[in-house]
Design a binder for this molecule. Structure first.
Ligand code: MSP
Length: 517
């Protein structure tokens, strides 16, 4: 079997309901997964939940629930959310899955056996809110700590540490010689700057059970559980192991697998937010090297959304509920806005006015209007029967097809949408310029009208294929309205001339109902 194109998202903390930021990241990964399938690659798309740690334990306690029961309930909501976003994930990992815990324990056993782990007493500052140790470097000039750390206490505790300090040099060299490893470039430069200007402190990978018991037991000392990152990051290899991936299995469990192996590792892309780059670009490669595993090919780092120029925050009520937006405007309008508004990299700002303006200009009046008037005229003037092939828009379409293909191969989603919309605009201008409604009044123009109607219907078909990774529901509707069976899910179908003369289309209907906004 061929190696799959393996794409993952960050796994979300389960101590609340999904918000815009979670949705954005999952939609990016879904579009890339669909695009790769459309390009003919075999894909494995993984997303899921990060369920251990103090916050979850406390949240469960606050509701009087056992943490597992608390996670089980929330996991249902998050899985329903993935379905609401029409994610095409091939698996859904929960860090409380037995298949995941086994691999975390096997990983700990191996790094410990090979001398990468030691125990020491730590005495110093600790943020209970962020579950993290702080050092002098974290102090503000006035000696206090950033309020985001909450209460900072002095703690003396024995814990296990994973050695990072002697690993800096090879990692710098690796990142320098593999420019594609961290994208976009400015995130790569930030990490290189961090690695060159700081000495890495070893990573604390345990918490005493006496203080935190909601975690995976450390196999060589059950008085401790694994602390979050050594648990969470391992999901990217635990699921390949569960699917029989031989690269991971041979590093962690040399016993032969009875499974038909699905070749997944190394991952092709980890899609993550800017706040967790250090964990993925520093700790994760060092962990993988210690495990004897190859590194993922790329970390694709997206920015953060704000709303109306301020941080999204439950406590101030400055939130976007993606489910409410989807219920009101449709899933594809949501997917379109987040991907068209914000390139992968910089931070973005959600405004309701901006959302409505893109909905009405680009979706309703742009794409929706083009498809609706093209198919309605074909229905009205030719009884829905496709006329003979004509190639007037084929050069424009070919250019956009080639451009979109190359942009999708580079994960340039925003630019791909811009390119696709250049064809929407071109075709709408073509309607205005050729004025088929006037041609229809003059029997001497029948052939010209045939040409125009063919060009429009065929452009709509090609748009459906190009749009499928982004707006799957809309693309499917365009295909159905064209009377075509199957899904527009293969980019190879985008070549000009797919509609044949004599084919009867289906019923035109508005794709994006106009709203009074
Ligand atoms: N559980 C860890 C990740 C472990 S990955 C091995 C975590 N979870 S999280 O729920 O806090 O965040 C999940 C993802 O959502 C992260 O990639 C994060 O950057 C992203 N976002 C959270 N808020 C966001 C915005 N406001 N905007 C965009 N993405 C944001 O971190």
């Amino acid at each position: 079997m061929n190696k799959r194109f393996y794409i993952t998202t960050a796994i979300d903390y389960v101590n609340g309901q999904p918000h815009l930021g979670h949705a954005y990241e999952k939609v990016i990964a879904d579009v890339i997964a669909r695009a790769r399938r459309s390009l003919g690659q075999e894909v494995f798309f993984l997303t899921g939940l990060d369920e251990h740690g103090q916050k979850v334990q406390q949240a469960a306690q606050a509701e009087g629930k056992d943490p597992q029961a608390y996670c089980d309930k929330l996991a249902e909501d998050w899985k329903a959310f993935a379905a609401k976003l029409a994610l095409t994930n091939d698996d859904f990992v929960r860090t409380t899955d037995a298949r995941h815990k086994q691999v975390v324990q096997a990983s700990l056993t191996k790094v410990n056996a090979e001398g990468h782990v030691y125990k020491k007493t730590y005495e110093g500052f600790y943020s209970t809110k962020e579950e993290t140790f702080l050092t002098e470097k974290d102090r503000l000039p006035d000696g206090t700590f950033d309020p985001s750390y909450g209460e900072v206490v002095v703690l003396k505790e024995e814990n296990y540490f994973f050695k990072l300090s002697d690993q800096q040099q090879w990692l710098i060299q690796y990142i320098e010689s593999n420019p594609g490893f961290i994208q976009p470039d400015h995130r790569r430069n930030e990490i290189l700057g961090f690695l060159k200007n700081n000495t890495l402190e070893d990573l604390c990978i345990s918490r005493p059970v006496a203080r935190l018991n909601w975690g995976i037991p450390i196999p060589f000392d059950t008085n401790y559980v694994t602390y979050v990152w050594f648990d969470a990051l391992v999901n990217y290899i635990s699921i390949p192991a569960a699917h029989g991936d031989t690269v991971v299995r041979s590093a962690l469990d040399p016993r032969p697998s009875t499974l038909d192996p699905l070749p997944l590792w190394p991952a092709d892309i980890h899609v993550i937010g800017k706040d967790i780059v250090k964990f993925h670009a520093v700790y994760w490669p060092i962990m993988l090297k210690a495990l004897g595993l190859p590194l993922p090919k790329q970390l694709l780092v997206h920015g953060w959304w704000q709303k109306d120029g301020a941080k999204i925050s439950k406590s101030t009520g400055n939130i976007i509920d993606p489910v409410a937006v989807i219920n009101e405007w449709g899933l594809d309008a949501f997917r379109f806005y987040v991907l068209r508004e914000l390139d992968i990299g910089p931070d973005g700002n959600w405004t309701d006015a901006g959302f409505k303006s893109r909905y009405s200009a680009e979706l309703a009046n742009g794409l929706g209007n083009l498809v609706n008037r093209s198919l309605s005229m074909l229905k009205r003037y030719r009884n829905g029967v496709v006329p003979a092939r004509s190639n007037e828009l084929s050069a424009d379409a070919d250019k956009v097809i080639a451009e979109t293909k190359s942009l999708l191969e580079q994960n340039e989603l925003q630019k791909a949408l811009q390119s696709i919309w250049s064809l929407v605009t071109r075709a709408n201008q073509y309607v205005d310029r050729t004025a088929p409604f006037k041609l229809a009044k003059d029997p001497a123009q029948a052939q010209r009208l045939d040409e125009v109607l063919y060009n429009l219907a065929e452009t709509c078909r090609i748009l459906a294929v190009l749009l499928w990774p982004f707006l799957p529901g809309t693309a499917t509707k365009i295909y159905a309205q064209l009377g075509l069976s199957g899904e527009p899910d293969k980019l190879s179908a985008a070549a000009w001339g797919g509609l044949s003369a004599g084919h009867s289309i289906g019923e035109p209907a508005a794709l994006f109902p106009r709203k009074d906004v």
